[in-house]
Write a protein that binds this ligand. Structure first.
Ligand code: HEC
Ligand code: HEC
Length: 275
């Protein structure tokens, strides 16, 4: 009897602690893609499959275009199928669109290449490349989900209270407590036996550049708040997420010099990287 009570306490205590700190009901969830059996046969089906493989394994598939250690799906979780993790579902048809950062109309190809240059520290894909065609085909296919365009809940990133000021010192403590077991004490990530990252790095040469969306404190905080710790998201408050984001985004990482020309109209958000 005593044994059981003890067991119950041991099991319940972490759960209770979780319940107390879990601040919001927004949780990331998987979006439904059409089943593979619905893929078109022949070349267009092959392109969609190739596009998905590239999203999930970008470094290995496109070594000439990826300068760090990342895959698209390290951020666009589940290959762009996870709510509040910048999903691709419903994205087709949203472009061309005005982009304040560059103050111009951009196409979906431009947007993909933005992430190649900034998030992947790499090179843009040529407009006529098979890889680009495959990635576009995959995004178009994903957009045929039954949760289409406007109806998609959880597009982009989740809400974060940007009136809260970041505290990097507190963020370092959150990092050690909640992130370092997976991402490493130096944010270095962890490679598998095949030499590719099993857990992606958070800073250093193999991480995203200073020009990436994720290098901005509140953008990174919104990502982390709803998606990390991986597999157990929901334990961080907005303040925790903002603090830890301030900490890891401002660790040494590849420089993207052209970011100084971003927001040419002078309407840069508060967390734009200016230093
Ligand atoms: C380090 C994280 C990261 C990686 C890796 C990454 N992205 Fe992104 N991507 C982002 C963020 C963050 C945004 C949204 C930026 C914003 O809104 O400020 C974004 C936006 C996008 C968008 C526009 C989405 C929308 O809702 O408008 C597309 C398309 C995209 N990325 C494609 C890719 C592709 C393809 C790859 C791989 C070649 C890739 N990304 C790699 C972080 C990443
Ligand atoms: C249980 C292990 C684990 C923990 C704990 C964890 N992460 Fe992650 N994290 C991952 C994995 C795995 C991925 C890549 C997911 C994928 O590719 O599907 C990831 C991806 C990321 C990314 C996007 C890719 C990149 O490397 O830039 C960021 C940012 C991130 N984590 C931040 C954090 C922060 C901050 C914490 C602590 C609050 C944290 N993570 C805790 C495993 C973890």
């Amino acid at each position: 009897m005593i044994g059981r009570t003890l067991l119950a306490l041991v099991v319940l205590q972490p759960l209770l602690a979780l319940a107390q700190t879990a601040p919001s009901s927004i949780a990331p969830s998987a979006l439904r893609l059409p089943p593979d059996t619905a893929l078109p046969v022949g070349a267009s089906g092959d392109a969609i499959r190739l596009g998905r493989r590239i999203m999930l394994d970008t470094k290995r598939m496109l070594p000439d275009n990826v300068g760090n250690g990342l895959s698209c799906s390290n951020c666009h979780l589940g290959g762009g199928t996870t709510t509040y993790a910048i999903p691709f579902i419903g994205l087709w048809g949203k472009f061309p669109a005005y982009q304040p950062r560059s103050d111009r109309q951009i196409t979906l190809t431009d947007r993909i290449n933005d992430c190649f240059e900034r998030s992947m520290k790499g090179k843009a894909l040529a407009g006529d490349s098979a890889a680009l065609a495959a990635m576009l085909a995959y995004i178009q296919w994903s957009s045929r989900s039954d949760q289409l365009a406007e109806a998609v809940v959880g597009r982009g990133l989740g809400p974060i209270d940007s009136s809260l000021a970041p505290d990097s010192g507190r963020g370092a403590a959150v990092f050690l407590a909640r992130c370092a077991t997976c991402h490493g004490q130096q944010g270095e990530g962890r490679k598998g036996g095949d030499g590719y990252y099993a857990i992606p790095p958070l800073w250093g040469d193999d991480s995203f550049t200073t020009g990436a969306g994720l290098a901005r404190t509140y953008t990174a905080a919104a990502f982390v708040r709803y998606n990390m710790p991986f597999g157990g998201a929901g334990v961080l408050t907005d303040q925790d997420a903002i603090d830890v984001a301030q900490f890891f985004t401002h660790q040494p990482r590849p420089e993207f010099a052209a970011r100084r020309r971003d927001w040419p109209r002078g309407n840069a958000p508060v967390d734009a990287r200016r230093e």
